[in-house]
Design a protein around this ligand. Structure first.
Ligand SMILES: [Zn+2]
Length: 66
């Protein structure tokens, strides 16, 4: 799995595991269009800080996407 994934809105390259995990967790496991943190925050109408807090929350739950 060496695919590099870019944000489909702004084109930001090589999204991080956390960014990709958030898309899957918050939008859906089969999501094809991955947002970077910034675009995802806008899409979900939350702040980037809230998304990062979510990452920590999911990690604590032992989610394997992060
Ligand atoms: Zn973006």
């Amino acid at each position: 799995m060496t695919n590099r994934i870019n944000c489909y809105i702004c084109g930001k390259e090589s999204l991080t595991r956390n960014e990709i995990g958030l898309n899957k967790k918050l939008i859906g496991q089969n999501v094809k269009k991955i947002h970077c943190l910034c675009c995802l925050a806008e899409y979900l109408e939350v702040t980037e800080e809230e998304l990062l807090a979510k990452v920590e929350e999911f990690k604590e739950q032992g989610c394997k996407l992060f």
